[in-house]
Ligand binder design. Structure first.
Ligand SMILES: Cc1cc2nc3c(=O)[nH]c(=O)nc-3n(C[C@H](O)[C@H](O)[C@H](O)COP(=O)(O)OP(=O)(O)OC[C@H]3O[C@@H](n4cnc5c(N)ncnc54)[C@H](O)[C@@H]3O)c2cc1C
Length: 402
């Protein structure tokens, strides 16, 4: 049996950011990732002001700004009634960039051998004598760790171990991709444009002079995304936008077929975020494993980055014991028995933040899902106005110092 101090399952945004945050605080960890290489997990990501605050704390924001494209606000258009609204955000830091830049940048800052690829975790059990978690890999390897952090996404094995209910799925899906315009896209506004018609929404962000990132959210045609080939994704997106203006149809028609991704949308119900227990002994979940939400606010990745900073801070504060020993040598020891206290602190700090993000997201998605029901639309709009009237309320959050 292998032994490790801190094991993180999942080498996505949350797992790598958490490993980096712990490293910055002097805590060594190992990341187990099932893929054979770093995974892009999508094509482009937008990080909002709150996410940049977390990236600053992780010490990587300055490496990502040069490869990112600023977005100066949101332009919402409803084709059903011809209404339009612009929400300028020039005072906020909203930037979009290729996801792989984020993943690679986080990975490069980690000590060598932190990430172990090809490690698919199949089960987690508890060691009866020590109560420490025991991690079982598909290839038969068994690892005993003192602390286990589950950053393994929506269908998390660690969430199962901790006792969380399975995530739910919306009847909505998203196709996203990139379109290159060799002679320029001619989009003058550097805005995130969101155009709705019925229960279809098209998002569009210009990235430089030639490239446009787009997504189309629609009713999901299948629960099994593995059955979709690239062409199916393109046809799905084209079918969904057939009543949209020709520039939207052409954008999908001319897309780079290799850039296409399809995702069914999943969520952990906001009310569960208040009642469920996200840790068990020395095991905890973070990122999408804890609070997967639809990308309606574009906050899932930023929330995962916030989690990483707050979790590492709580662990360092509660678990690292510093003192002078022997010949006045500065000693740092780790009190593994304090992990549960650190997790309690982390969950206390994060609970209401992810609840509000999830609630706002859930209401927005419910509005699209039930576009034809007047009663549900009325309720959704009522709650959006009553609770989330302030534009960009979600980007004000500051996860604090690492
Ligand atoms: C269409 C779409 C658009 C989005 N756009 C944005 C956006 O613009 N901005 C934003 O902030 N967020 C966005 N999000 C949300 C964001 O992508 C997620 O919140 C973020 O990726 C969560 O990161 P994570 O590390 O928690 O989980 P994941 O990205 O799911 O990573 C989990 C990792 O764990 C690994 N893993 C899983 N199971 C195992 C196992 N058993 N053993 C070992 N490894 C395992 C996986 O291979 C993966 O690498 C979007 C989401 C979607 C679906």
């Amino acid at each position: 049996m292998d032994r490790e101090d801190i094991v993180i399952i999942g080498g996505g945004i949350c797992g790598l950011a958490t490993a980096l945050a712990l490293h910055r605080k002097g805590l060594k960890s190992v990341v187990l990732e099932k893929s054979e290489t770093l995974r892009e997990c999508g094509v482009v990501i937008s990080i909002l002001t709150n996410g940049w605050r977390a990236l600053d704390q992780l010490g990587v924001a300055s490496k990502l700004r040069p490869v990112s494209f600023p977005v100066f606000g949101f332009h919402d258009i409803v084709l059903d009634n011809g209404s339009e609204r612009r929400t300028p955000a020039s005072k906020e830091e909203i930037r979009s960039f290729r996801r792989i830049h984020l993943i690679e940048t986080l990975a490069k800052e980690l000590p060598e051998d932190t990430i172990r690829f090809g490690c698919q975790v199949s089960a987690i059990t508890m060691d009866r004598d020590s109560s420490y978690p025991v991690i079982h890999l598909d290839d038969g390897t068994i690892i005993k760790s003192k602390v286990l952090i589950g950053c393994d996404g929506a269908f998390s094995r660690v969430a199962e171990y901790v006792g969380l209910k399975p995530v739910k799925h919306y009847s909505m899906a998203v196709v996203r991709g990139l379109t290159n315009y060799p002679t320029g896209h001619n989009i003058s506004e550097k805005m995130f444009t969101r155009t709705r018609k019925g229960n279809v929404m098209v998002g569009r962000i210009p990235m430089g002079e030639n490239l446009v990132y787009w997504f189309v959210s629609m009713r999901s045609p299948t629960k099994d995304s593995t059955v979709l080939k690239d062409l199916d994704m393109k046809n799905l997106a084209k079918e969904a936008v057939k009543d949209y203006p020709s520039e939207t149809v052409n954008m999908i028609e001319q897309c780079d077929i290799n850039s296409l991704h399809f995702n069914n949308l999943h969520y952990r119900p906001p009310w569960n975020l208040f009642v469920e227990n996200f840790s068990k002994g020395n095991v905890i979940v973070a990122g999408d494993a804890k609070h997967v939400m639809a990308p309606a606010l574009g906050q899932g990745g930023s929330a995962a980055l916030e989690d990483s900073v707050v979790l590492a801070r709580c662990m360092a504060q509660k678990m690292i014991v510093e003192g002078l020993e022997g010949e006045q040598q500065h000693q740092k020891t780790i009190n593994w028995g304090k992990a549960e206290l650190a997790f309690d602190q982390f969950l206390k700090e994060r609970r209401s933040r992810v609840w509000w993000l999830s609630l706002n997201t859930h209401i927005i998605v419910s509005l699209s899902q039930h576009a034809s029901s007047k009663a549900i639309r009325f309720l959704c709009i009522f709650f959006l106005i009553a609770l989330f009237r302030k534009p960009l309320w979600d980007v004000q959050y500051n996860c604090g110092r690492l």
